[in-house]
Design a protein around this ligand. Structure first.
Ligand code: ZN
Length: 201
């Protein structure tokens, strides 16, 4: 199982981190060990600035390579909402040096994903999602605001990597990312349905 993530896929978020809107999707990966299996997340010692990034997550339902955009929807079996936890202090340092982001993005438990819903029952181009921290709305997004839509992302990724049944794609975060603190309670929603509920320890 592979986890793909799309960086800078919402223009307002690219801007808040001082990045230009990309002309092609920015893709990075997390290993299977990045998947959070518990209901809590322990702040790692290597960072003082772990950020939440709330994202719609796609689950791939069948294997495919070089998938054309018009057929891409057939490969999305389920959808959810998750968090791409990011060690922003490490990432800023790596970005400045022009180095790969892995340790800032792909560390253990850095990928939260909620329960999965049948993708066929939703309009994937118009999904509302949001994050509550301690009951307060911290991030809200709509998939209609992505720079690259899900069909193009699948087309793009599958030119380089064979997509396999069970792979996950984190489709990018809207603006409003920020730091998590010990004791925070994070709840993610897709179309007002609660998808995950975790605590920061
Ligand atoms: Zn992200």
């Amino acid at each position: 199982m592979k986890i793909f993530c799309v960086g800078r896929n919402y223009a307002a978020h690219a801007k808040e981190l001082g990045n230009a809107a990309p002309t092609a999707p920015v893709i990075f990966m997390k290993p299977a060990t990045a998947l959070l299996k518990e209901k809590y997340f322990f702040l790692p010692e290597f960072s003082n600035n772990i950020h939440y990034e709330t994202e719609v997550v796609l689950k791939i339902g069948k294997n495919g390579k070089a998938i054309q955009p018009q057929f891409a929807y057939r490969y999305i079996s389920e959808i959810s909402v998750g968090i791409d936890f990011t060690a922003r202090d490490l990432q800023d340092d790596l970005k400045e040096k022009g180095l790969p982001w892995e340790i800032a993005k792909a560390f253990d438990n850095s990928a939260v994903v909620g329960e999965f819903l049948n993708a066929k029952e939703y309009n994937l181009q118009n999904l509302n999602f949001h994050l509550l921290i301690n009951g307060e709305q911290k991030q809200t997004g709509n998939t209609g605001n992505t720079i690259f839509d899900f069909n193009f992302i699948i087309h793009y990724i599958s030119q380089y990597f064979t997509l396999q049944h069970g792979d996950l794609i984190y489709t990018g975060t809207p603006e409003g990312v920020g730091k998590i603190n010990m004791g925070d309670h994070l709840e993610g929603f897709l179309e007002n349905k609660k998808m995950f509920d975790i605590e920061i320890k």
